[in-house]
Design a protein around this ligand. Structure first.
Ligand SMILES: NC(=O)c1ccc[n+]([C@@H]2O[C@H](COP(=O)([O-])OP(=O)(O)OC[C@H]3O[C@@H](n4cnc5c(N)ncnc54)[C@H](O)[C@@H]3O)[C@@H](O)[C@H]2O)c1
Ligand SMILES: [Zn+2]
Ligand SMILES: [Zn+2]
Length: 360
């Protein structure tokens, strides 16, 4: 099958013809139909998050089940699924207390003595984040997929695989935004726009979108932003503080920078909560002014929107089909697997919400 392989950091992905194994008892072989290009792929490509190489990148996808292992009962060939990197074991402390996105049990991958899921001839190729979506097929653990209704369009479904689950989930699960509250979202990419949409669904009274690209701020209004701030035209902290008369109840950082994480904390009102969604590079520390904790400001992280994805994803599909999640507007363009490097480069400029790879 064709796959986009990262062999060296900061080098383009290479389209190679590689092989996948047959499903083990708890594995599922999925034919990839659509895969979004998320900024997290770029963080691994440029080495700000190290990963063993060679690896097939991609982790935001939807497809059709082609074959299942002997113990799989959840899906059958022909079922439509969305993948999720938050594969869960179902028996660890995190899974059993409802925090499945924190599960890291090794049993979800193949053991070193087993043949690898992906290979190029004799060379093992690493599976990326339990998935490796930039490939015509994905061989995954059965706990890395959610079944969805077959009338859901696949490009939109793919976006639920990471960006939407992450952004909406950060708002409704991690921060638990209440109706009537004030929200600021810094960064209006696929994740930030989804957080804005999530805040609108949660009933936030005021949703302030912050970005530096004017077209992104326009797009943010479609997702439910009531106000916009161009961070390139002045201090966004001051702007948000002034607009809200002292700061927001909830802020979200959806870029992955030290400066914007610090801004998220500073734009809170008394008792407010900042949630960092962006992947801040390994080795980077952020600085907070100690006395501000006396205002009971809080700072927290969010992993994949604190999801319970087999419950969340079918709900998000319904929200889309009801017109409440604006997934059509998230798709900036559809591309082919061969154009994956253009998709990654587009994330550097901030001009696109999402490029979605369509497999034929
Ligand atoms: N926590 C998680 O589980 C999780 C999951 C998915 C993605 N992420 C991370 O979320 C972040 C966002 O992902 P994405 O795919 O939406 O990225 P993206 O590149 O599509 O969007 C980033 C946006 O931030 C804007 N921006 C850049 N610098 C800015 C600044 N200084 N001030 C204001 N706006 C600025 C850009 O114009 C762009 O619109 C990334 O770090 C990604 O790795 C985290
Ligand atoms: Zn992602
Ligand atoms: Zn677990």
């Amino acid at each position: 099958m064709k796959a986009a392989v990262l062999r060296e950091i900061n080098k383009p992905l290479e389209i190679e013809n590689i092989q996948h194994g047959d499903p083990a008892p708890r594995e599922v072989l999925v034919r990839t139909v659509a895969a979004g290009v998320c900024h997290s792929d770029l963080h691994f490509q440029n080495g700000s998050y190290p990963y063993p190489l060679p690896a097939v990148l991609g982790h935001e996808s939807a497809g059709v089940v082609e074959a299942v292992g002997s113990d799989v009962t959840y899906v059958k060939p022909g079922d439509h699924v969305i993948t999720c990197l938050s594969a869960f074991c179902g028996h660890c402390e995190h899974c059993l207390t409802g925090h499945m996105s924190l599960c890291q049990e090794p049993e979800l991958q193949r053991a070193p003595e087993q043949p690898p899921r992906l290979a190029n001839g004799d060379e093992a190729v690493w599976q990326f984040l339990n998935l490796s979506s930039f490939a015509e097929h994905m061989l995954v653990h059965e706990h890395a997929i959610a079944k969805i209704r077959p009338d859901m369009p696949m490009a939109q479904a793919a976006l639920i695989g990471c960006g939407v689950t992450t952004g909406v989930g950060a708002v409704i699960h991690t921060a638990k935004v209440e109706p009537g509250s004030t929200v600021a979202v810094i960064g209006c990419g696929g994740v930030g726009l989804s957080a804005i949409n999530g805040a609108a669904i949660a009933g936030a009274a005021r949703i302030i979108a912050v970005d530096m690209v004017p077209s992104k701020l326009e797009l943010a209004r479609k997702f439910g932003a009531t106000d916009v701030v161009n961070a390139g035209e002045g201090d966004p902290v001051q702007a948000v503080q002034e607009m809200t008369g002292g700061g927001v109840h909830y802020s979200f950082e959806a870029i992955g920078l030290k400066v914007t994480a610090e801004q998220a904390f500073k734009m809170l009102g008394r008792g407010g909560t900042a949630t960092v969604i962006g992947m801040i590079p390994v080795g980077t520390n952020i600085e907070l002014h100690g006395p501000e904790f006396l205002m009971e400001r809080k700072m927290q992280g969010s992993n994949m929107g604190s999801n319970r994805f087999r419950v969340d994803m079918p709900r998000f599909v319904e929200f889309y089909l009801q017109g409440r999640l604006h997934l059509d507007d998230l798709i900036s363009r559809k591309i082919k697997l061969e154009d994956v490097n253009d998709g990654l480069a587009a994330l550097e400029t901030g001009e696109v919400a999402r490029s979605v790879i369509m497999f034929d």
